[in-house]
Design a protein around this ligand. Structure first.
Ligand code: GDP
Ligand code: MG
Length: 755
């Protein structure tokens, strides 16, 4: 009558099923699905069936109903009428069992046959093999197991019974009910808090009508109480009543064959009761007359539809291997498994978005050119919200403790990855920000220099820093992840600001260098001119202006070095003022200014020293000595050129002028002050070496004798302008030159007479 089910094997304990044969299309589920077959094997195709029937994704929006009763009492016939199912029924002519094991089918009706009242969504009906021992011999084992299975999963247990069996306490039905009660106690023993109540719904068949339903109900309730009282109850439950565990409802149906129209009418009325209702609207037992809804929330097992197959399979496995059935533990195991599965499922979409971003970031970091990923903040926010939301909507139906733990795990997992992206992005923004800041300042300074206009370094730095900070904050705030307590960037921002300050410091040092070299250039050109002037005065024997009045010939030579030192120190002082003012203008620290000034003094001394060397270069000095000599020899005290006459004391004048000029050589040979009769206080003038000196600060400095001791050169050597050999050489050469001038003068005197 019905097609055989696909062969299925179930492997072991943990709910993993292996199926062979077809994987169950709509066609093979024509008669529903055989959940447990005659060999007590659980069907691994149950998820496929629930999927085909669109129940799998319904969460809690489904109901499970089982029917019990002796063989051939019209159970399958009833279900087919009630729910439009196609459970196999025994043909009228041959009497043998048709339903084997436990079958399940989804309700095919939207509303009860012939009625207008809508039935509940997704009613799943289980047709449990009736065993009164006739078909399966004395095998009470299956009856007990299937009763336990039905009780553990079903909200409503329909007990199908002939009217003439009512009151037959010794009858097969009563045996079945005794089993149901016993296994129920077994469940409660494990957990009397979470095992929900069930509804026992008695459907009395072939009700003739002479005995009112209320009487039948009384009889049945009395029998149930009697059965209950005979059960040995576990400690603590000795005084419990049957009503503590079960609700009851009763209905009677007319004879299907003798009163077909009334039968259909009654079944329609019965069908309409399979809808959701509230507890407040009923009494226990349900009233017989009103067609009250019987699917109360408290009966629901609260196993999400997508976990039902696994749960049922595990329970059956426990039952079949005669293990103690521990529903709370089963629910936790189910929750763990399903939550993990759901987490994997929801992470697929997350990975699709996040993984490419992770590899992009990793690649950029590896290449050493960190790049700021566009739209990262939004992508992370959307992906995180979605993955957590998706997880919650599926997994929150499971055991709350497990769900919350797994949800926290998922969040930790997801956040670890997002945090890494977040920090990678901040680090990229940091690096590029500092780099761009440095470039921007350098560019602005360069363009300022090119224009030749006076640019404000400090202003440039300030403006660019502001820009850099704004850009960073914009990026960072866009990265913030809603609901993630770790997502803040205060520390990173502080670090960024610090690095910008460091970069500013470096830029300012560069700027100080530029300023220093500008000032040095100024010193060089200024000294070049003013020191040259001082040396040029040597060319005049009377020391330029004013000297003739004092009559002190040679005074100008005596204080040459005093004047050079004065010109030098005043020039540098002026340069120092310029340097200090500008450096303060761009916020240099006192220490930096100190270093700059120290360098300036040292370098200026070098400039002066080089200028002096240039002035005393052999040819230059010889020329000046000759000029000096000639000025004394060829001009009289009034500065009038002498016309030599033979009577003149040419030789005497010559000798005095020559000796006077020769006195210049020792004077010039050493930088010594006339006033103090000592060397200039170079060391004091340069001052102490600043404490905060970097290698770069000392890089282009030349050692100074007497200042830098390690050089081994003394201050005396530093101040030596002409060596002894040079002096010797110079006086010889000068004498020759002077001799030439003398001979010429002599000749001109004689020549003048002969003329
Ligand atoms: P099941 O074994 O309990 O599932 O019973 P079936 O639905 O297979 O029906 C067994 C036999 O009872 C079939 O021959 C039906 O025609 C017959 N039957 C079904 N409903 C009724 C009914 O309401 N009254 C009577 N007397 N027979 C019925
Ligand atoms: Mg049947």
């Amino acid at each position: 009558v019905h097609s055989p089910s696909a062969p299925v094997i179930m492997t072991a304990a943990n709910g993993h099923f292996a199926s062979v044969g077809d994987d169950g299309d709509k066609q093979s589920f024509e008669h529903g699905i055989q959940v447990i077959d005659e060999n007590k094997t659980f069907n691994a195709n149950l998820p496929a069936y629930l999927d085909v029937e669109h129940v799998l994704r319904q969460g809690f929006n489904y109901h499970l109903i089982s029917v019990f009763g002796s063989q051939s009492t019209g159970k399958s016939t009833l279900l087919n009428h009630l729910f439009g199912t196609h459970f196999g029924v025994m043909s009228e002519s041959e009497r043998r069992q048709t339903t084997k094991g436990i079958w399940m089918s989804k309700n095919k009706r939207a509303q009860a046959e012939g009625g207008a009242i809508k039935m509940a969504d997704n009613i799943l009906v289980m047709d449990v093999e009736g065993t009164d021992g006739r078909e399966r011999g004395e095998d009470q084992d299956f009856e007990r197991k299937s009763a336990l299975f039905a009780l553990a999963t079903s909200e409503v247990l329909i007990v199908n019974i002939w009217e003439h069996q009512v009151g037959l306490y010794q009858g097969a039905n009563m045996g079945l009910l005794k089993t149901v009660f016993e296994v129920n106690l077994q469940l409660f023993l494990k957990d009397n808090n979470s095992t929900p109540r069930s509804l026992l719904f008695f459907v009395i068949r072939d009700h003739i009508g002479t005995t009112p339903l209320s009487n039948l109900r009384q009889t049945l309730l009395a029998d149930l109480t009697r059965i209950w009282s005979t059960l040995s109850k576990p400690p603590g439950l000795e005084n419990s009543k049957i009503e503590d565990y079960f609700d009851f409802a009763f209905t009677a149906l007319p004879h299907k064959i003798l009163q077909p129209e009334q039968f259909v009418e009654s079944v329609a009325k019965l069908g309409s009761r399979f809808r959701e209702g509230q507890k407040t609207s009923r009494t226990n037992p349900f009233s017989d007359e009103q067609a009250e809804p019987i699917l109360l929330p408290e009966y629901h097992r609260r196993i999400p539809a997508d976990g039902f197959s696994m749960y049922a399979g595990n329970i059956w496995e426990q039952i079949d291997s005669n293990k103690d059935l521990d529903l709370p533990t089963q629910q936790e195991l189910l929750a763990q498994f399903r939550c993990d599965e759901i987490a994997r499922e929801v992470l697929v979409a997350f990975d699709e978005v996040i993984t490419p971003l992770e590899s992009k970031q990793a690649d950029a970091a590896k290449s050493g050119a960190p790049s700021v990923l566009a739209g990262l903040g939004k992508a992370m926010n959307v992906a995180r919200a979605k993955v957590l939301q998706d997880f919650t909507s599926e997994a929150s139906r499971y055991h709350q403790g497990v769900y919350k733990r797994k949800s926290a795990e998922l969040e930790t997992n997801v956040d670890a990855r997002l945090k890494s992206l977040f920090q990678g992005q901040l680090s990229a923004a940091h690096k590029t920000g500092v780099q761009q800041f440095t470039e921007a300042v350098s560019t602005a300074v360069k363009s300022g220099q090119k224009k030749g206009s006076h640019y404000d370094f400090q202003k440039i730095v300030h403006a660019e820093k502001q820009k850099a900070l704004e850009k960073y904050e914009q990026e960072a705030s866009g990265l913030l992840i809603e609901g993630a307590s770790w997502s803040n960037y205060q520390q990173e921002l502080d670090l960024y600001r610090k690095d910008l300050d460091e970069a500013s410091g470096r830029l300012r040092k560069d700027e100080m260098r530029r300023l220093a070299s500008r000032v040095e250039r100024w010193v060089r050109s200024h000294l070049g001119e003013s020191i040259g002037v001082q040396f040029n005065k040597l060319g005049s024997g009377r020391g330029g202006s004013g000297a003739p009045e004092t009559g002190e010939r040679g005074s100008i030579e005596k204080d040459l070095w005093d004047r050079i030192w004065l010109v030098f120190t005043e020039t540098v002082k002026h340069a120092e003022t310029r340097f200090t003012e500008r450096a303060k203008g761009f916020d240099a620290s006192p220490e930096e200014v100190e270093v700059g000034l120290w360098r300036l003094r040292r370098k200026s001394w070098g400039v002066l020293r080089a200028k002096i060397d240039e002035e005393v270069m052999e040819g230059n000095l010889l020329l000046k000595l000759r000029e000096n000599f000639e000025d004394k020899f060829r001009y009289d005290e009034e500065g009038v050129p002498r016309i030599w006459r033979p009577s003149d004391d040419i030789e005497g004048i010559y000798t005095r002028a020559r000796e006077s000029t020769l006195e210049l050589i020792p004077l010039l040979s050493k930088f010594k002050l006339y006033e103090t009769k000592s060397l200039p206080p170079l060391e004091e003038w340069i001052g102490q070496t600043p404490a905060e000196l970097s290698a770069a600060d000392e890089e282009d400095l030349h050692p100074i004798g007497g200042v830098d001791e390690e050089d081994g050169k003394t201050i005396d050597e530093e101040m030596t302008v002409l060596s002894d050999a040079k002096k010797q050489d110079l006086s010889v050469r000068f004498k020759k030159t002077a001799d030439g001038v003398y001979v010429e003068a002599k000749r001109s005197a004689i020549g003048g007479v002969t003329q």
